[in-house]
Design a protein around this ligand. Sequence first.
Ligand code: NAD
Ligand code: MG
Length: 282
Amino acid sequence: MQDPRSNYPKPPFKEQTQPWPGLARDMDPKPDHGETSYSGSGRLAGRKALITGGDSGMGRAAAIAYAREGADVAINYFPSEEPDAQEVIRLIEEAGRTGAAIPGDLRDEAFCKKLVEDAVQSNAGRQQAKPSILDITTEDFDATMKTNIYAPFWIIKAALPHLKPGSCIIGTASEQAYDPSAELYDYAQTKAATMNYVKSLAKQFGPKGIRVNGVAPGPIWTPLQISGGASQEKYKKFGSTTVFGRPGQPAELASIYVQLAAADASFATGNIYGSGGGQGQP
Ligand code: NAD
Ligand code: MG
């Protein structure tokens, strides 16, 4: 047993702003993606996964867990995240599985079309906090919409012809879909859109035997937060509002991504699974 109040670091956190998209390697404390803790039991033997944002955060936690559960894993990431990605590829290979590294910018439709295997998990996300709507330029707004809404649209379209019955799509939504923060005007609405496309595509793809689900994390300690996703003031006390007085770690969500992908979750579709530290969402 583990006491959820004391098994991970608590705020205050050090000042450590990184340029977007940030590297997990350089965070202090380093996020826990399950590198030393996750042990698999063959739940995804023979499966193949494509994980966007697989270099760090929830994507890395899912990549490690999927590989240890027996799946081959392809990860996509932004080219500047190569050092984080190489660590993940090493961990996938150490689990005895095939790891493929596919860097590229998800805001580009042609690139998204190349990013296709027989399973899709859409996890990459862009979050840049801005105190006022007046601070959000059209370019900022467009980059967030392209990354969080268009990229899953393009990737799912390209993947659909390859998805056999039993395949599944997992989108990463957020508590922000349900209770948006004042300074996340653009990001929060993309997460509401994610929650919504999960439900519509579940109805559309159910008759094809393809399941579609979402994960809605609360505040999780990842590079997204210290590279513009949260203000310095906010990330220094990140997670202090949860009932455990700390942020979640990516490793604490890995089993949800595994469960949603596993064949024994065969009745779960069109659902959003939360892991929110008691903040009440979803
Ligand atoms: P993260 O920074 O580790 O992962 C986000 C990833 O998105 C990056 O690693 C990067 O590879 C990818 N990405 C962003 N823009 C890209 C682009 N244009 N091209 C290619 N890749 C791009 O942070 P995370 O918190 O693990 O984020 C994973 C998901 O979880 C995101 O969808 C995020 O919105 C969501 N989320 C995070 C939190 C949190 O508190 N950290 C809470 C709720 C939801
Ligand atoms: Mg990253």
